[in-house]
Design a protein around this ligand. Structure first.
Ligand code: MN
Length: 501
């Protein structure tokens, strides 16, 4: 699939000419050293580009508009070295429409007790220059990330790195294209939504095709191409025949190989980043795409089952937000399946009928061919595995009629207590924070779906920041969630969005 752009972030230092050229020379020198240090930290996933010091309304406006128009610029980091009168930022901020970070830092880490004088005080004023600037951004209601700390502090690097990935999610959202070869499942409410509003809010183009348009492309895949992909499957996965005739088994797997190549070709031709299917709308497909979809997700495509385009787009975005992340543990579409209520072992078994992304797998991955009661097609091949342990975020984007709400649950992923030899699908198992009882209650109160976009590699804060940047409501369920205050939060939010429509 198409790789992400070579994104950069601009570093804009604010000042003014009140303190003379010598002061401005030092401002520029400090700023250059800071950008150099941040880039050399090795902690940031994208390059920071230094920009000339901004000292008046015209240069601020021009720089912000250049940032808007530069397609590689994914956001601007602002910092006021000295006092930078906030009124001169108004027009630039008004016209700027990309992610904004306010890095509230200063050049020196420690107060220079022995030498500090009034010149130093005039020159190193971010403690009040940044407040002046911050005031106007707050008065104007501008969404931005504020990061506080010394620029050489690893905690600051981590926050900046996380924000950069959130900014990428915002930038990439504007051109996500979802291909639907299956509609929303009849009578299901929670996976439905307003596609026009989604395009207005998120930029998503959500198109539809007759699945047989894709089947035509699948049929054109050559036997040679299928054989080559089967070789790759053989090298990566263990064929778990489980008493089935190997030749018959491999014929079923080859059907998925053909679907994988054909669907990818279909998506590439239409420049799509995500796909939804529906087991009830398979047309000429021989099998419900299982292994094929799992492999497409692994390549970075978003997916939602039963026509769930909201989750498909979220999976795509969360995959691109984490793309290239060192030691990434994976991102997948998942569904809440069944509970374990045994005291001390509470949790939710996550799976789907087939389509779980192998990026979240822990250990070996096998292929099984088993009957599927849904969909009325031949037995589909699917990848089977269990998933990694550790913390993650489970997200559900729902349409409440007058607004979108992103529900973000911090979850603790665990190993299933025992193997499940009769269950022929990939699984994960997690305990929602703060507990199964409170987490599930909160999720249901907030209107969360049974489908989720899940990642081990994103934090609650990143998803909250993303939602804020997109101008939608977010509801967090984590260690601090308590039902009484959550109910109030939901009521207050409904008033806020009524007033701020
Ligand atoms: Mn489902």
């Amino acid at each position: 699939m198409k790789a992400m752009k070579n994104y950069q972030f601009w570093f804009c230092t604010g000042s003014q000419d009140l303190y003379g050229d010598e002061c401005l020379r030092k401002v520029a020198e400090h700023s250059a050293k800071m950008v150099e240090g941040l880039n050399a930290s090795g902690a940031l996933p994208f390059e920071i580009v230094p920009k000339p010091t901004l000292i008046d309304q015209a240069s601020i406006r021009r720089t912000f508009n250049e940032a808007n128009n530069d397609e590689n610029c994914a956001g601007v980091i602002t910092w006021m070295h000295t006092f930078s009168p906030a009124k001169m930022w108004i027009i630039g901020l008004q016209e700027y429409h990309k992610p904004l970070c306010h890095l509230h830092t200063q050049f020196n880490e420690e107060i220079p007790y022995d030498t500090i004088d009034m010149d130093f005080m005039n020159e190193n004023q971010s403690a009040h220059g940044d407040r002046e600037y911050g005031h106007i951004a707050s008065r104007m209601g501008i969404e931005r990330k504020i990061i506080v700390g010394h620029w050489m502090d690893a905690k600051v690097w981590k926050e900046l790195a996380d924000w950069m990935r959130t900014a990428i999610g915002v930038m990439e959202s504007s051109h996500v294209r979802v291909c639907r070869v299956g509609d929303n499942m009849n009578n299901v409410a929670v996976t439905e939504g307003d596609k026009v509003e989604a395009q207005i809010k998120f930029g998503w183009e959500i198109d539809h095709y007759n699945i047989n348009d894709a089947v035509d492309v699948v049929k054109e895949v050559t036997d040679g191409e299928v054989a080559a992909l089967m070789e790759e499957y053989d090298s990566k996965y263990e064929m778990l025949y489980e008493g089935r005739d190997p030749e018959e088994f491999r014929r079923h797997v080859a059907v998925q190989a053909r679907i994988e190549i054909g669907l990818e070709r279909f998506l590439e031709a239409g420049d799509y980043h995500a796909i939804v299917t529906h087991f009830g709308m398979l047309g000429g497909m021989q099998q419900l795409p299982g292994l094929a979809i799992q492999r497409l997700m692994e390549k970075g495509y978003g997916f939602g089952a039963e026509g769930d385009w909201k989750t498909a787009a979220m999976v795509r975005l969360m995959k691109i937000m984490t793309s290239g992340q060192k030691d990434a543990k994976g991102t997948s579409f998942l569904e809440d399946y069944t509970y374990n209520f045994v005291p001390g072992k509470e949790g939710i078994l996550q799976a789907h009928m087939l389509e779980v992304c192998p990026t979240i797998a822990d250990g070996p991955i096998g292929i099984k061919v088993k009957p599927l009661s849904m969909g009325n097609r031949e037995d589909p091949a699917r990848l089977v595995f269990t998933s990694k342990t550790g913390s993650g975020v489970a997200c559900s984007l729902v349409d409440l009629g007058n607004r979108f709400r992103l529900i973000i649950n911090a979850v603790d992923c665990k190993k299933c207590e025992k193997p499940m030899p009769a269950l022929p699908v990939a699984t994960a198992f997690w305990t929602p924070q703060p507990s199964l009882a409170v987490g599930a209650q909160a999720w249901i109160l907030a209107g969360g779906a049974h489908h989720t976009a899940f990642s081990y590699d994103l934090s609650v804060e990143q998803m909250v920041d993303w939602a804020a940047c997109m101008g939608i409501e977010s509801v967090v369920i984590d260690q601090n969630t308590e039902i009484r205050s959550l109910k109030n939060e939901l009521k207050w939010n409904s008033m806020y969005y009524l007033l701020n429509k």
